[in-house]
Design a protein around this ligand. Structure first.
Ligand SMILES: [Zn+2]
Length: 290
């Protein structure tokens, strides 16, 4: 049983210490920073519709799970409390969705990162499983970089780490996955849910819905479709009646386990690479004489 093998080792505590930032006391955090802690992961939500199949907390649940597993494995990072809301205005036609504006989201991210940086944290990784947050996350990272040159931030959509795996195993037809090989309640997301918490997947409602626009040469994002992706900012209800975008009938827990494994390993490697990235970035500067 997949969960039985996975969850006994899934404890955010190790040797009396927790990778959850908020489970520490301030002297414990102070000591960790003095002993070399540089990196904090921040799981970023959404609370948004995922069709009739997955709960509204799908994206933040996955982000938290992934961040904790990566922090446990790397032993070089803590996980900050998650932000359960994100930029989900395009899903607002579906009941239960809660959205905040990009500007509010950006300011939240900046204030969280600045707080951590004031205590000596050097690297802040924003991790979201909701692609709709990415543009605002990149703006937050950009604005932080202008003001805090010793703070290294990153906007991460962790499915980038499982994209090459999905290229090998995907069964969805062209148009069924998007860039980074994830769409919405698709083969990828539903596989992850079947692995992480199968009891919350409404299996009786698993249906495929692929919009004709997802196959359009200018409106596609799936690399299997020829053409180029042009951003039109369409609302979900303009491309999907159910809120599903993709083919969750092809989802399996086994694929989900591999996707999570690729993502966690990718995040751990990224955490391990941060000091090298910092050393290459901060030594550079204008250097030319006439
Ligand atoms: Zn999602």
């Amino acid at each position: 049983m997949v969960r039985g093998e996975t969850f006994p080792v899934f404890q955010p505590w190790k040797e009396g210490k927790s990778v959850l930032l908020a489970k520490n006391t301030w002297p414990e955090i102070k000591q960790r920073i003095e002993r070399g802690l540089e990196t904090v992961l921040i799981p970023l939500g959404s609370t948004e519709q995922h069709g009739p199949i997955l709960p509204l907390d799908n994206d933040i649940f996955n982000a938290v799970q992934i961040c904790i597993r990566a922090a446990m494995k790397s032993e070089k990072a803590l996980v900050a409390p998650p932000l359960c809301y994100g930029v989900s205005g395009h899903h607002m036609d579906f009941p239960g969705t809660i959205s905040i504006t990009p500007r509010t989201f950006i300011e939240c991210l900046k204030q969280i990162a600045i707080s951590l940086h004031k205590h000596g944290i050097k690297n802040v990784l924003f991790v979201t499983c909701h692609g709709g947050n990415l543009t605002a996350m990149k703006t937050a990272v950009w604005e932080l970089r202008q003001e805090y040159p010793n703070l290294l931030c990153a906007a991460i959509h962790p499915y980038v780490f499982s994209a090459s795996y999905m290229d090998k195993v995907r069964e969805s037809e062209p148009g069924g996955l998007g860039s980074d090989r994830v769409a919405h309640t698709c083969e990828t997301e539903t596989s992850v849910a079947l692995y992480l918490r199968p009891e919350e997947v409404r299996k009786q409602h698993i249906i495929k819905e692929i919009s004709p626009l997802a196959k359009g040469k200018y409106t596609k994002s799936d690399p299997l479709i020829p053409g180029v992706s042009i951003y039109f900012g369409l609302r979900t209800s303009e491309v999907s009646a159910t809120g599903v975008m993709g083919d969750p009938t092809k989802a399996t827990a086994e694929k989900g386990e591999k996707i999570v494994e690729h993502i966690v390993n990718g995040l751990v490697d990224l955490i391990d690479s941060l000091s090298e990235i910092r050393s290459k970035i901060f030594k550079r500067g204008p250097n030319f004489s006439v």
